[in-house]
Design a protein around this ligand. Sequence first.
Ligand SMILES: Nc1nc2c(ncn2[C@@H]2O[C@H](COP(=O)(O)OP(=O)(O)O[C@H]3O[C@H](CO)[C@@H](O)[C@H](O)[C@@H]3O)[C@@H](O)[C@H]2O)c(=O)[nH]1
Length: 242
Amino acid sequence: MAEDKKGENKYSIIIPTYNERLNIALIIYLVFKHLKDFNFEVIVVDDGSPDGTQDIVKQLQQVYGEDHILLRPRAKKLGLGTAYVHGLKHASGNFVVIMDADLSHHPKYLPSFIKKQIETGASIVTGTRYVTGGGVHGWNLMRKLTSRGANVLAQTLLWPGVSDLTGSFRLYRKSALEDIISSVVSKGYVFQMEMIVRATRKGYHIEEVPITFVDRVYGSSKLGGSEIVEYLKGLLYLLVTT
Ligand SMILES: Nc1nc2c(ncn2[C@@H]2O[C@H](COP(=O)(O)OP(=O)(O)O[C@H]3O[C@H](CO)[C@@H](O)[C@H](O)[C@@H]3O)[C@@H](O)[C@H]2O)c(=O)[nH]1
């Protein structure tokens, strides 16, 4: 689909995990399937999941090769933002993709992210649920309203020019990601919103690709009340500082 098959670009796929033992083998299989024509590596950043996610990843390293799958050594739960920062430090590609482990971000979209980047020269390609062709599948009404509400609130207050601020399936030019991440202070879920808002303020070329976000089948979301409070604090912080 995209043109840069085994070309000069290398894509580092960063997958943060916390208790994803039932999902990690399938997501890695699908990444390998959909990126088979590209140069890539997978970086799993696990926060010492008590369900044994790391043990499964170690087995997968035997199948796919340790040079293809890196794993953060045992750490305690430090939050999603710190996981991205850690993954980036170990990324050897000139492009970085950040995606969830639970298959809500389907690896089948990866070639379209790459294609869009090559066609436009964008520094960031972000997956969006909130344009024609995108959507959400499997969420209950409350979760849909929370996500939509969080997005509309942020759009209204921050005017970023990006349709999906709270999504987190994105491809970055590594140099852009390093630059943006250095100015980000959030540690949890709000990290992704801060990233894209700071990117718009810095004038980076951002393109969007429609995605359908499918709710996880195995395991549970780690998004709880405390993350929602953190989100609101983060929004306020961005309103004042950007
Ligand atoms: N290493 C690490 N990984 C974590 C942590 N917390 C969550 N993760 C991993 O981060 C990914 C997303 O976590 P979920 O708990 O599945 O998130 P969600 O509720 O489905 O939320 C998703 O959609 C939101 C938009 O509606 C996004 O804002 C959010 O970033 C995420 O993509 C999963 O791969 C999960 O294992 C953590 O503290 N540490």
